[in-house]
Design a protein around this ligand. Structure first.
Ligand code: SAM
Length: 228
């Protein structure tokens, strides 16, 4: 069986040049033979879709792009639409239900990345992977990023960084703390250069033991300790 790197040589997807192939292989290898659904935002010439088609034996694969494509790929559906158009995305999820892998290699505009994530995360299966490419655009103003202010709100990088706080939300001691929408739903967040892999699921409770929640009484104690 060929590796993703070997298959990648057949197709000139930018995933070869960016060095993402070994990262993808690391995360996707265990899913190769599974009956999974894959969505990729950003089709371009279709090379990454061809790569996925050769790599995954039983996956249903859908690619979307804002530009209509005049080619087809056997056993892959290519749909035309905008990644930030919720009506368009709703048609896709109506058809596919949930996905196991979602890859955002679309506009790379922070606003679009964040809005697609907000919509599609509900349609990612438990333990599913949400992968966002080309995060260097987070430092480029025309993509909604900033070179000068690394804390600029609403860049894709800063959005993903907040997801890592959701992994640890049970340790947030802020009085009257309210859960954010992603608290308890992010198992892990991985950063490599220009790419992030977000794994959906309950976080693994290393510190307090598997699945053990911090007791309510501890929270009260912590709250009182602020006053006494
Ligand atoms: C980097 S290319 C995709 C490359 C492809 N995934 C690969 O690895 O071979 C980005 C694609 O995203 C598409 N795109 C740009 N803005 C988009 C949007 N708002 N919604 C969907 N697709 C978009 C572009 O037309 C372009 O084809």
């Amino acid at each position: 069986m060929k590796t993703l790197a070997q298959i990648g040589k057949k197709y000139p997807t930018s995933k070869n040049k960016t060095g993402f192939i070994p990262i993808y292989e690391h995360f996707l290898d265990s899913l190769r033979e599974k009956e999974i659904n894959i969505l990729e935002i950003g089709v371009d010439q279709g090379d990454s879709l061809r790569l996925w088609r050769d790599y995954f034996s039983k996956a249903k694969i859908c690619g979307i792009d804002i530009v209509k494509k005049d080619f087809s790929i056997n056993n892959v559906e290519i749909l035309c639409g905008d990644q930030s158009d919720y009506n368009f995305l709703s048609e896709i999820v109506k058809k596919y239900g949930k996905f196991d892998i979602i890859i955002d290699d679309g506009s790379h505009v922070s606003k679009h990345i964040i809005s697609s994530f907000h919509y599609l995360f509900d349609y990612l299966n438990e333990n599913g992977l949400y992968i966002i490419e080309d995060l260097q655009t987070s430092y480029i103003p025309r993509f909604g990023g900033s070179r000068l202010n690394l804390n600029k709100k609403k860049t894709s990088m800063n959005f993903i960084k907040t997801l890592s706080d959701s992994i640890n939300y049970e340790h947030n001691d802020k009085p009257f703390f309210k859960k954010s929408i992603y608290d308890g739903k992010i198992k892990s967040v991985h950063f490599y250069q220009n790419i992030s892999i977000i794994e959906k699921g309950e976080s693994i409770k290393y510190f307090y033991g598997e699945n053990q929640k911090i007791k309510f009484s501890n929270k009260i104690k912590k709250l009182l300790s602020l006053f006494f």
